[in-house]
Every structure is written in structure tokens, then in C-alpha cells.
Design a protein around this ligand. Structure first.
Ligand code: NAD
Length: 495
């Protein structure tokens, strides 16, 4: 491994208690069915380790372990005790934050500062839902003197969690923590491209004291382990985060079992900048919201809509900031690192080359340093504009550091442009006109709407999820506890 990527002092020590190429099932480490999959660092192509290639047999073993946990110790635990386990796991994650952050940084190629933040956000999810576990209240329905009617919340049962590679530990926290808080038993299938840190969480869960089977982790390819998990007849709920294409497959696979599916999919999120906005603040945020994680963020602000009267002035700010972005290796803590894989790099470059061929003007491009490792998957961030509204850059999720810019003349045109894609995940409005901000926030097709700020997904506390092809179901905040449970109405005739 190149020392610049993570010097000897920072190289991750994969926990020997999480043996290479093993699944975590019923608090045991078990070998996978298939040939182990090699895990490479996207920053320099070096081999980091191996993960197990799970198949239908491994998934079945994990689902059986989860079912046994529900019928055993885990199912009997009081909500407060579940909460304490989550809080303990949060403490252990924070204790190991540096080690976990380095594993995450090298596995995904992201800057070490971002990886450290991701691990802290995971700890915060565990803390938030740990604290909430015993505060989920039911309802009493006023009816008549002869009946008592109550509504209580119960776990779904065995829940499946299919997780992408862009923010592995954050996505784990977001999906799994509320499920455990509500008393579900979880089977997690992380992405084959980046899951080393999630595998380590199995060790910490066992150390925290989670009963066997409450949390199970099966690694492997999507079309094998992921497909077997989505279709398993003893799964009661599926939480999927990933692309719309695979989300549709997962929903189809789960349909014969008639179970609920939560789909957290992609986006093409607009940032609408009006002439009266604080342009400096808006420009800095717009650049961060596309550069972060090399643009591989579902809620990245990929479309910039600027009022024509300030178009040139605003775009100049964006161009200057893009020219100064630092692309680099995780240890240098740059603004952005490589994309996840050669395949992803080719995909992003295809969009860039097509836009160039189609004559879409380039506003700015970040120069790549000459000394980047040759085997890393680096993409030079680029801004195109004005982009024709029917162009793929205006409609499709690139999932790379590519910003598309558009001009508008008035509020109505801004709204039409903003809502003019199939997606509906996040939107931002930059204006000092409170009435306009309120009007637009009511009419924007987005699961989250930011006014004069952009949280790229927002905090742990803010409910998150899509409309249209960005998916359905809600994670984060207290709403996730409803998502991860079902109500039962009890009608008692007592005369
Ligand atoms: P992906 O859909 O290719 O893979 C996501 C997960 O699904 C992986 O674990 C993969 O192994 C698994 N998978 C693949 N094929 C499967 C199948 N046939 N059955 C079951 N599981 C299968 O997505 P990706 O490329 O890993 O992630 C990028 C996408 O995820 C982008 O579209 C991005 O916008 C989206 N995303 C959305 C959110 C959100 O919260 N809305 C968050 C992160 C990423």
C-alpha cells in the first residue's frame, strides 16, 4: 500500500476477531459459500482484504438466526434494555473512531476527515435511537363505556437491510439502529464495493452484548446475497438504499411475500438561487454539496438553477471555487477523493464525454494533481452550463462530481425546472424573500426542502426519503421508528 494513502501509523488494523471473508451470523463468524471477493482501495488500487461471497444458503442461515433471536432472548428484552445495548454500541464506535474511520476511508477512498465524520454520525444514530427505544408510545382511542381500545406498536419481525457503498457506516446506522430500537432482528447485506467497516461492527455488537441473532451481517454480491435476501419468504420488511433500477428489482422480489419495502433511491436535487440571496454563502454551500464524497451522494445538489440577473456573477463564484478544489488521497484530507471503482469512473466519464460531444459549455473544471496514484479512480470535478433541460446531464443521476447549471427568469420557471425530473429527494431555495421560500417549499417535489442552507440529507433527527423515483418510506428522525414497526389495535369488550 502506498504510504501516502494512509501512513503506517494510520493504516487500519482489521480486527482479528472479524476474520477475513466471514459472515457474522448468530454472533459467530462463518465462512461464505463462494470464492472470497477482493477488497481494493479506490485511492491507489491496493488490496485491503477479502470479504465473503454470500449466497442463498448464508442468507437462509442468517434469517433463521434472526428468527430464533426474536423467539428467544432478543424478543424478550424490554425496550429500555434494547436502548442500553444501542447506547453501548455507540460508545464502542466512538472508542474505536480512529480505527474505524481509517478502514472506512481506505475502503471508500474518501478523505479521512469525512470518514471520521461518517463514523461519528453512525455513533449518533445509535445514540439517538438508543435513547428513543423506550419512548415509543401507543394510543388510547375513546370509544364507549363497554370497550377499551388501544393501539400499540410492534416490530415487523425479521428485517432485511441492503446498503450501498457510498456511506456504508452512515447507511448502516440510519437503517439498522431504528430497526433494533423497535425490537426487530436484522439481516444486513452491505455493498460488495465497500463493507469492511460494517463487518467490523459485528465485533462491536457482540462486545456490546447484543444477543445472538439480533444483528447478522452477510456480505457478497447484490445479484446473489442481495437477491436471496429480498426474496426470502421469512423476511417481514425490506429496507433498501441504492439505485432506482435495483430498488425496483428488490420490490419485485419481495412482492410474492407481501411485505413492506422502504426504497431510498437516487436523486437529481436542485439548488435554486434567486438574485436576492446571500450569494457568497450560497456559492460555498452549492460547491460543497456537489464535491462532497466526489458527488457520490444520493442527495448531492447536482442541478444549480440561477436567476438570470445574477447568473454570470454567481457562476463566476462557482467557477473560482471549483478551480480551487483539492482532489487527493484520504490521508491528505482533501475536498474530495476518488470515486469508488473503475466502473464508476467510466460511468461518470461517459456522461462528461457525451456532454462535451453535444457541445454543452464547460464553466469550470478542477485540475487534478499530477502525483495522484495511477491506479486510483480519480475524476476531475466539472461544471457544465447552461445545460439543455432534456440533456442526460439535466435528467439522470451521474453519481460523480459533475454540476449542471441552468438559468431562470422568474419563480414559476424556477419551480418548473426544479420539478422537471423524475426524481424528488432534496431541494434548496436561496432567497431573502420569506414568502417566496414558503411558497416554493410547498410546491417542490422533494422529501426534504432546505431554505438558505443545504444539509445533503440533513441531520439524524430530520425525516428523510424520496418522492417519485427517489423512492418511498421514511428513515431518520422519530418517523423511522414508525417505519420500522406496525400498529396493532386491541379492542377489549369488558361490559
Ligand atoms: P446499487 O443499487 O447498485 O446497490 C445497492 C445495494 O444493492 C448493494 O448492496 C448491492 O449489492 C445490492 N444489490 C445489487 N443488485 C441487487 C439485486 N439484484 N438484489 C438485491 N440487492 C442488490 O446502488 P449503488 O451503486 O451501490 O449505490 C448508488 C445508488 O444508491 C445511487 O443511485 C444513489 O443515489 C443511491 N443512494 C440513495 C440513498 C438514499 O438515501 N436515497 C443513499 C445512498 C445511495
Amino acid at each position: 500500500m502506498n504510504d501516502r494513502i494512509g501512513g503506517a501509523a494510520q493504516r487500519p488494523s482489521l480486527d482479528p476477531r472479524a476474520p477475513s471473508a466471514r459472515h457474522f451470523i448468530a454472533n459467530q463468524w462463518t465462512a461464505g459459500e463462494g470464492e472470497p471477493i477482493e477488497a481494493y482501495c479506490p485511492a491507489d488500487g491496493s488490496l485491503l482484504g477479502h470479504i465473503a461471497a454470500g449466497g442463498a444458503h448464508d442468507i437462509d442461515a442468517a434469517v433463521k438466526a434472526a428468527r430464533a433471536a426474536l423467539n428467544g432472548d432478543w424478543g424478550q428484552l424490554a425496550p429500555a434494555a434494547r436502548g442500553r445495548l444501542l447506547l453501548k454500541l455507540s460508545e464502542l464506535v466512538l472508542r474505536d473512531v480512529e480505527r474505524l474511520a481509517w478502514i472506512e476511508a481506505l475502503d471508500t477512498g474518501k478523505p479521512i476527515g469525512n470518514a471520521r465524520n461518517d463514523v461519528k454520525v453512525l455513533a449518533r444514530y445509535l445514540e439517538y435511537y438508543g435513547g428513543a427505544a423506550d419512548k415509543v408510545l401507543g394510543q388510547v382511542i375513546p370509544f364507549d363505556a363497554a370497550h377499551s381500545v388501544t393501539v400499540v406498536r410492534e416490530p415487523h419481525g425479521v428485517t432485511a437491510h441492503i446498503i450501498p457503498w457510498n456511506y456504508p457506516v452512515q447507511m448502516f446506522g440510519r437503517s439498522v439502529a431504528p430497526a433494533l430500537a423497535m425490537g426487530n432482528a436484522c439481516v444486513v447485506k452491505p455493498a460488495e464495493d465497500a463493507c469492511l467497516c460494517i463487518v467490523e461492527l459485528g465485533v462491536l455488537a457482540a462486545e456490546a452484548g447484543f444477543p445472538a441473532g439480533a444483528l447478522n451481517i452477510v456480505t457478497g454480491y447484490g445479484h446473489e446475497a442481495g437477491a436471496a435476501l429480498s426474496a426470502h419468504p421469512d423476511i417481514n420488511y425490506v429496507s433498501f438504499t441504492g439505485s432506482p433500477q435495483v430498488g425496483a428489482l428488490v420490490q419485485q422480489a419481495a412482492a410474492p411475500n407481501c411485505v413492506a419495502v422502504c426504497l431510498e433511491l437516487g436523486g437529481k436535487s436542485p439548488q435554486i438561487v434567486f438574485a436576492d440571496a446571500d450569494l457568497d454563502r450560497a456559492a460555498a454551500t452549492v460547491v460543497k454539496a456537489i464535491a462532497q464524497n466526489a458527488g457520490q451522494t444520493c442527495s448531492a445538489g447536482t442541478r444549480l438553477l440561477v436567476e438570470r440577473s445574477v447568473f454570470d456573477a454567481f457562476v463566476r463564484r462557482i467557477a473560482t471555487a471549483f478551480e480551487q478544489l483539492r482532489v487527493g488521497v484520504p490521508a491528505d484530507d482533501p475536498d474530495l477523493g476518488p470515486v469508488i471503482s473503475a466502473k464508476q469512473r467510466q460511468r461518470v466519464q461517459r456522461y462528461i464525454e457525451q456532454a462535451r460531444r453535444d457541445g454543452v459549455p464547460v464553466i469550470a473544471q478542477t485540475p487534478l494533481p499530477h502525483d495522484l496514484p495511477a491506479a486510483g479512480h480519480y475524476v476531475a470535478p466539472i461544471v457544465f452550463g447552461p445545460v439543455p433541460t432534456s440533456h442526460p446531464l439535466a435528467q439522470e443521476e451521474v453519481f460523480g462530481p459533475v454540476l449542471s447549471v441552468f438559468a431562470f427568469d422568474d419563480e414559476a420557471q424556477a419551480l418548473a425546472l426544479a420539478n422537471g425530473t423524475d426524481y424528488g429527494l432534496v431541494a434548496a431555495v436561496w432567497t431573502r424573500d420569506g414568502g417566496r421560500a414558503a411558497r416554493l417549499s410547498k410546491r417542490l417535489a422533494a422529501g426534504q426542502c432546505f431554505i438558505n442552507c443545504y444539509g445533503a440529507g440533513g441531520g439524524v433527527e430530520f425525516p428523510f426519503g424520496g418522492m417519485r423515483r427517489s423512492g418511498h418510506g421514511r428513515e431518520k428522525g422519530l418517523l423511522a421508528l414508525e417505519e420500522m414497526s406496525v400498529t396493532k389495535t386491541v379492542v377489549h369488550f369488558h361490559g
